[in-house]
Ligand binder design. Structure first.
Ligand SMILES: NC(=O)c1ccc[n+]([C@@H]2O[C@H](COP(=O)([O-])OP(=O)(O)OC[C@H]3O[C@@H](n4cnc5c(N)ncnc54)[C@H](O)[C@@H]3O)[C@@H](O)[C@H]2O)c1
Length: 376
């Protein structure tokens, strides 16, 4: 079994839970999970969600089946043995959202909260922690010691929820003498933070992140590879998307939008070797679109004999299932990495599944390296 804790039981979290339950019940097949059942010895049905954490007052103490119908495509059928949702720390992640929070940090100091979260992770004996909380402003930490100073001094403004959960998970790995895998599914810097990576190395743990590359951004990186190989020059790129889920609503806040923009750009210049003028970001919250976002890409380029051509891509893409399908692989590969005795980040996993990790390559090339790594 792979014992998993999910921090943030929202659209993506619930899609993952419902999808896993339906897979186990034989109601759906592996379509949409990149590696399907090709991870020898690590089956999708071995994934066992044993801890669910949220800060929404309406979810804490409830079962997923009680609230899953708030997401129109999901239902409670086949959701039987999931644990009750427990309270996490909010630390500003619901700021400006129409949700009442009942996070532990309302009443407890950061030190007390850390103790509670660490106990949950320890008691459930987690192998993998998945962080899929709302997009937050990107904050950087200098060192784990500085982060511990902020916790001791109860400076709640100096630490984000994602950093807090990652810190607690890695501390548990240290205390119990057995590594853990932290999957950061959101645009904060954990796999891209030297301090967190060093902490993971010290605790025989693995970090996968940051953010999940599940839609438009990975298509852009593969398009860039196509044009690079053909030596056609990309003149500019605009990429827009509009959606109606809570994540888009939160991106109306400029600091959070900047976090998404940061993880979406960078791949073009890394793959192409030059930096065409570009604007790639989520544009606005449009309620009626729901989870099925509208995307638009405009890609003019120069071909042989000074010809100028243009590519347009338009589509509607279901946001949460795209990310949840990839998480099923990330969880299994995190456990594979732990079982192989690896620590820190495994570039082959990060490059294929995540938006940002060091110099980027196209996902098509990253796939080849991932398969070679998996073959051992
Ligand atoms: N395709 C995708 O949908 C996709 C792709 C990549 C990354 N992501 C990332 O996934 C994250 C979640 O997206 P979503 O659509 O599920 O959002 P959502 O708002 O539906 O879900 C977030 C959940 O986290 C809970 N939460 C809020 N603050 C919390 C905290 N501090 N601790 C624990 N739980 C907390 C909320 O109550 C909610 O249940 C976002 O950061 C987004 O950037 C999504």
């Amino acid at each position: 079994l792979i014992r998993v804790g999910i921090f943030g039981v929202g659209y993506v979290g619930c899609t993952l839970l419902v999808g896993l339950a339906r897979l186990k019940a034989g109601m759906i097949d592996h379509t949409g999970i990149p590696l399907g059942e090709c991870v020898a010895g690590y089956r999708t049905k071995d994934i066992e969600p044993v801890l669910l954490v949220d800060v929404d007052a309406a979810k804490i103490g409830a079962r997923v089946g009680d609230f899953v119908s708030m997401y129109p495509e999901l239902d409670a059928e086949s959701l039987n043995d999931l644990p009750m949702v427990e309270a996490g720390v909010e630390l500003g992640s619901l700021e400006g959202m129409p949700i009442m929070h009942a996070g532990l940090d309302q009443k407890l100091t950061l030190e007390e909260c850390a103790q509670r979260i660490k106990n949950m992770i320890k008691d459930r004996d987690l192998d993998v922690v998945v962080i899929i909380t709302p997009t937050e402003e990107i904050r950087r930490i200098e060192s784990i010691e500085k982060l511990e100073d902020a916790i001791r001094a109860d400076r709640k403004d100096d630490i984000t929820a994602c950093q807090f959960y990652s810190y607690c998970a890695l501390s548990v790995a240290h205390e119990r003498g057995r590594g853990i895998c932290v999957i950061n599914g959101i645009p904060s810097e954990i796999a891209n933070s030297t301090a967190f990576v060093k902490f993971a190395q010290r605790t025989n743990s693995v970090i996968i992140g940051d953010d999940i590359s599940s839609g438009q951004s990975r298509l852009l990186s593969d398009l860039a590879e196509h044009f690079r190989q053909l030596n056609r020059r990309v003149l500019s790129v605009v990429g827009g998307n509009w959606g109606g889920n809570a994540d888009f609503l939160r991106l109306e806040d400029s600091k959070r939008k900047q976090s998404k923009k940061t993880t979406k750009t960078g791949c073009l210049s890394d793959v192409l070797g030059y930096d065409p003028p570009s604007d790639i970001k989520p544009h606005a919250y449009i309620g009626p679109l729901g989870d099925k976002k509208a995307i638009l890409i405009h890609w003019p380029y120069q071909a042989f004999n000074n010809t100028i051509d243009e590519l347009w891509v338009v589509g509607r893409i279901s946001d949460s299932p795209s990310a949840a399908g990839m998480l099923i692989d990330m969880i299994r590969l995190g456990k594979v990495a732990l079982d192989r005795g690896l620590n820190g980040v495994v570039p082959e996993i990060n490059s294929f599944y995540c938006k940002r990790f060091g110099k980027q390559k196209s996902k098509i090339l990253a796939y080849r390296e991932l398969m070679e790594w998996l073959a051992g």
